[in-house]
Design a protein around this ligand. Structure first.
Ligand code: GRF
Length: 223
């Protein structure tokens, strides 16, 4: 498919590096959107702390530059994180997307980042930062849950929220059913947010400007 001829299409694509630890479904969603002409980015590298991760396997199968760093080979979290950021810097990203990157980044690592970083988190932040968000949302009796894309800063899951998508919590849901419903919205949410950054509608440099975009089904390019 040809890209539409708009002023945006004249811009060089946003260079995006992805950090991922797990199965990599968010990475796949970004890559599919890019290859189908729905997202004006270049995926310039995929980096992982898990050599056996599905995300790395996907990247290698699809010809994306991919690199694993093993935390056990570094003397501290800070050494690992600085090496990770050096590896990422080598592919000259404009944006780093943490897409299921499950290792907490140290302050040193965040300071060493070569560009802004965003993260996708499976809750409606500021509710439920950290792990086990679906079980915690159910235990708290929430009637809705969802996902957030936020800027990474030194507070875990605490940076400026850029966009969110909501899903209902249904009677009888267990954590995995709720996780599946949230994941079905994570992918379009992440694509829509990266697209908004790529075309300048979300500016990460204006760190002081709190702006949350609620993305509803009509805004999301649901697959
Ligand atoms: C997603 O739910 C993401 O929000 C969370 O970890 C999960 C990763 O999924 N941080 P995947 O590896 O992208 O499939």
């Amino acid at each position: 498919m040809n890209a539409p001829s708009s002023p945006e299409s004249a811009r060089p694509p946003l260079r995006v590096a992805v950090l991922a630890s797990g199965r990599g479904s968010n990475l796949q969603a970004l890559h599919r959107a890019q290859t189908e002409g729905r997202l004006p980015i270049a995926l310039v590298g995929v980096f992982s702390d898990k050599p056996e991760s599905g995300a790395l396997a996907y990247a290698r199968t699809h010809g994306l530059p991919a690199e694993a760093l093993r935390p056990s080979e570094f003397e501290s979290r800070e050494h690992f994180d600085r090496a990770l950021m050096r590896a990422a810097a080598a592919v000259r990203p404009d944006l780093i997307v943490c897409a299921g990157y499950m290792r907490i980044l140290s302050k040193d690592g965040i300071r060493a980042a070569p560009c802004p970083m965003i993260n996708i988190h499976p809750s409606l932040l500021p509710k439920f930062p950290g792990l086990h968000t679906h079980a915690r949302a159910l235990a708290a009796g929430e009637t809705e849950h969802g996902a957030s894309v936020h800027v990474v800063n030194e507070v875990l899951d605490g940076g400026r929220v850029l966009a969110q998508a909501r899903v209902p919590v249904r009677a009888g849901d267990d954590p995995s059913q709720l996780a599946e419903r949230v994941l079905s919205r994570e992918h379009p949410l992440l694509i829509a947010t990266v697209r908004a950054i790529a075309d300048g509608r979300i500016r990460l440099q204006d760190a002081g400007t709190a702006r949350v975009s609620w993305l509803h089904d009509d805004d999301l390019d649901l697959e």
